[in-house]
Design a protein around this ligand. Structure first.
Ligand code: URP
Ligand code: ZN
Length: 444
C-alpha cells in the first residue's frame, strides 16, 4: 500500500518542517515539498494543522508478567493494542528467566509468548543469577539474537535480584560485548529489612509500601551502580528514576563523561505520594516500585527532562486488576507492584510537558521515540522521520480534548492511575510498518 501524507508539520528531534511524506513498502520513500502520487491507488491524507511524529517507542513494558498475584493484566495482544491507540508503535519488554533456566531458553520462550503482539516487539534480557554458563549465555544473546540490553535488579534479591559482585560480573561481560546494562536501582537488602519491620506495624498497607522504599535507598543503589559501571567500563541505563536524590548522582556521572542514561515514567512526573493516604481500594493502584515521591521530585524530573540528563520516558507498564491488588490488603508485601500507562504516555507528555511549556516538540519526540531508538540499537530504522526509515508515524491532532478513564481506555485493567486526568491531543491516524493501524478511533 502506498500512502501520501500532505502538508503535515513533521517533527524530528532536530527540526520541524511542513512537508509531504510518501510511504511505500513499509518505509518512508520520500520527504519533500509537493510530492506526487506514484500509483493510482495511493491513499492521500491531508495532514494540514496536524503534527507528524515518529511512532512512539516504549522502552519499559511488562506484558503478561508472572507474579504470585497472577499475570499482569495486559497480555501482548491487549497491551500492544492499547499502545497503538496511544501512538506507541514499538515496545521493549523483558525476558526474566527463573533461576536455573538459561537466558537463551527464556528468550525463545518469551518470543513465543509475544507472538500475539500487534506492534514491533523487542526484549531486554535479565540475568537473575551468576552461573558458570552466564557469560556464554549473554554472548549468545548478543551475537545470535541481537540483544543489546541486559536488565539487572538491585531489588527483589530473593528471586530475580543480583548482589553487587554478580552485577559487576554481568557489567564486565556486557560492556566488553558492546551492550548496555539496564538497572532497577533500589538497595534490596535494606528494603527487605524495612519491609519486614513495617509488616510488624499497624499501618495502612499502601503507606507501609511507601515507607519501606525511601528515596535514599534508590539513590544509594544508583550511586553503587554508577561506581560499578565505571570500574567495569560498561554503559548503563537507569530505569524509572523517581527522585531528586538519584538525579544528583546521575548528573554528576554524566558530567564526568560516564555513559549513564536515565529514564523516568509519567507517574513520577505527574503523581505524588499523597495517593498512599487514600483508602486501600484506591491507594493500591499506585503501589509500584519505586513508589511515588513528592511534588519537589516531580519538578526536578521535569527539569532533568528538559535539560537532557533524563534521556527517555518509558511507562513501566505493568497493570493489575483491583482483585489482584486486594491480595495484599492485610500484608502490603503481597500487593503486586505496578500500574498501567502504555496508552497514555504520549498524550500525557504532550499535555503536561509540551503544552505547559516544560519541553518543546523536538524534545517530546526525542523523549518518546528517538533516544530510545538510538540507545537500544533501533536507529535509524525507527525513531526518525527520514527517507529510508520504517514508516512508523503518527498524524497527531493537537486540539482534541480527552479525559483518561478506565471506562474508556483500551488497557485490560479496571484501574487507571491517571483516572480523571484531562489531556489535549491524540494520534488520529497511527501508521506502523507502512500500514494504517488506527483511524477514526478504530483498530484496523
Ligand atoms: O512496580 C513495578 N515497577 N513493577 C514492575 C516490575 C518492576 O519493578 O519493574
Ligand atoms: Zn519495570
Amino acid at each position: 500500500m502506498e500512502i501520501l501524507i500532505k502538508n503535515g508539520n513533521i517533527i524530528n528531534p532536530d527540526n520541524s518542517q511542513i512537508l509531504d511524506i510518501l510511504i511505500q513498502n513499509g518505509h518512508i520513500a520520500q520527504v519533500g515539498k509537493n510530492l506526487k502520487v506514484a500509483v493510482s491507488q495511493t491513499r492521500v491524507i491531508d495532514a494540514s494543522d496536524r503534527y507528524i511524529f515518529p511512532g512512539g517507542i516504549d522502552p519499559h513494558v511488562h506484558l503478561h508478567l508472572p507474579t504470585p498475584a497472577g499475570f499482569s493484566s495486559d497480555d501482548f495482544y491487549s497491551g500492544s493494542r492499547a499502545a497503538l491507540f496511544g501512538g506507541t508503535t514499538t515496545l521493549i519488554d523483558f525476558v526474566t528467566p527463573h533461576r536455573g533456566q538459561s537466558l537463551v531458553d527464556a528468550l525463545v520462550e518469551r518470543k513465543a509468548e509475544a507472538a500475539s503482539s500487534l506492534i514491533a516487539t523487542y526484549f531486554h534480557v535479565s540475568p537473575v543469577e551468576w552461573r558458570d554458563s552466564t557469560a556464554d549465555e549473554i554472548l549468545e544473546c548478543v551475537h545470535e539474537y541481537g540483544i543489546k540490553s541486559f536488565k539487572c535488579y538491585m531489588a527483589y534479591k530473593n528471586n530475580i535480584g543480583l548482589d553487587d559482585d554478580d552485577l559487576f560480573k554481568v557489567m564486565l561481560v556486557v560492556g566488553k560485548a558492546g551492550g548496555l546494562v539496564m538497572l532497577h536501582c533500589e538497595d534490596g537488602d535494606a528494603i527487605e529489612r524495612l519491609r519486614h519491620q513495617y509488616a510488624q506495624r499497624e499501618m495502612p498497607a499502601a503507606k507501609a509500601h511507601l515507607m519501606s522504599r525511601p528515596p535514599e535507598l534508590e539513590a544509594e543503589a544508583v550511586k553503587t551502580a554508577i561506581a560499578l559501571a565505571k570500574k567495569a567500563k560498561c554503559p548503563i541505563y537507569i530505569v524509572h528514576v523517581s527522585s531528586l536524590l538519584s538525579l544528583a548522582h546521575i548528573k554528576e556521572a554524566q558530567k564526568n563523561g560516564q555513559q549513564v542514561y536515565a529514564e523516568t515514567c509519567p507517574q513520577y512526573l505527574l503523581l505524588d505520594k499523597s495517593k498512599y493516604d487514600l483508602d486501600f481500594e484506591k491507594a493500591a493502584a499506585f503501589v509500584m516500585s519505586p513508589p511515588l515521591r513528592t511534588t519537589t521530585d516531580n519538578e526536578a524530573l521535569w527539569e532533568a527532562l528538559a535539560k537532557g540528563s533524563i534521556a527517555t520516558v518509558g511507562t513501566d507498564h505493568c497493570p493489575f486488576m483491583l482483585k489482584q491488588k486486594m491480595v495484599g490488603k492485610s500484608d502490603f508485601r503481597k500487593i503486586p507492584n505496578g500500574a498501567g500507562g502504555i496508552e497514555h504516555r504520549l498524550a500525557l507528555l504532550f499535555s503536561y510537558g509540551y503544552l505547559k511549556n516544560k519541553i518543546n516538540l523536538q524534545r517530546f519526540v526525542d523523549l518518546t521515540s528517538t533516544r530510545a531508538s538510538q540507545i537500544f540499537g533501533l536507529f535509524p530504522q525507527k525513531g526518525i522521520l527520514a527517507e529510508g526509515a520504517n514508516a512508523d508515524l503518527l498524524i497527531w491532532n493537537p486540539k482534541t480534548a480527552n479525559i483518561i478513564s478506565s471506562q474508556s481506555h483500551h488497557q485490560n485493567c479496571d484501574l487507571n492511575i491517571y483516572e480523571g486526568f484531562p489531556t489535549i491531543g491524540h494520534p488520529e491516524i497511527v501508521i506502523a510498518d507502512g500500514k494504517i493501524r488506527i483511524e477514526n478511533g478504530k483498530l484496523i
